[in-house]
Design a protein around this ligand. Structure first.
Ligand SMILES: Cc1cc2nc3c(=O)[nH]c(=O)nc-3n(C[C@H](O)[C@H](O)[C@H](O)COP(=O)(O)O)c2cc1C
Length: 172
């Protein structure tokens, strides 16, 4: 089984969640790179305005080929009640090559489900699982347990148990 987590993070929250998830899934990580936004008043204003208007920015070429994986987890923050534009730009570009997917959005506490719905609507087929992680869950640390459960849900079946012959070989 091969899992890729493609994520965008501006201020580090999604990166923290993704790092935890990747540990559980032994996943490769594709960081979506976009130069249009930054941690400044202008950067945030642009982020919110683009997200609200549905303006998708340019993103750097991918380092990993999505179609080589069994599962791609798509992750990023919510901006202005929508999935952040760099993540949407990635989904739009890779859509035809995406295998099974799972969705993960981080946010401050509003528009979680509607943003998951909007991201799901961009996909050719429904995702295997969806998760939002709030700022409150990050602060309390409960996101760690939530992410562990999410990993169990999305982990490809082939990774759940070793093949029987392998057990026999070990025993012999
Ligand atoms: C421009 C901007 C707009 C945001 N809009 C929302 C929003 O509509 N709803 C919400 O719950 N959080 C919103 N947030 C908070 C982020 O979704 C949250 O802090 C997220 O976890 C940040 O992820 P990151 O650190 O990976 O960039 C917004 C943050 C930014 C910078």
């Amino acid at each position: 089984m091969a899992v890729l987590i493609a994520f965008y993070s501006l201020t580090g929250t999604t990166r923290t969640v993704v790092t935890e998830l990747a540990r559980h899934l032994q996943a490769d990580i594709e960081e979506i790179r976009c130069e249009r936004y930054g941690v400044s008043f202008m950067g945030w204003w642009r982020a919110a305005a683009d997200s609200w208007r549905g303006r998708l920015p340019g993103i750097a070429p991918a380092a990993h080929t999505a179609r080589n994986y069994d599962l791609v987890v798509l992750a990023g923050p919510i901006w202005a009640w929508h999935p952040c534009p760099p993540l949407r730009a990635y989904v739009r570009r890779e859509r035809a090559d995406l295998p099974e997917t799972a969705l993960l959005l981080t946010h401050g506490g509003s528009a979680g489900q509607q943003s998951l719905d909007a991201l799901q609507a961009m996909l050719a087929k429904p995702p295997k699982a969806r998760l939002t992680v709030t700022a409150a869950e990050m602060k309390s640390g409960t996101y760690v347990e939530t992410v562990a459960h999410f990993a169990q849900t999305v982990r490809p079946k082939s990774a759940l148990a070793p093949a029987p012959f392998a057990v026999d070989q070990c025993a012999g």
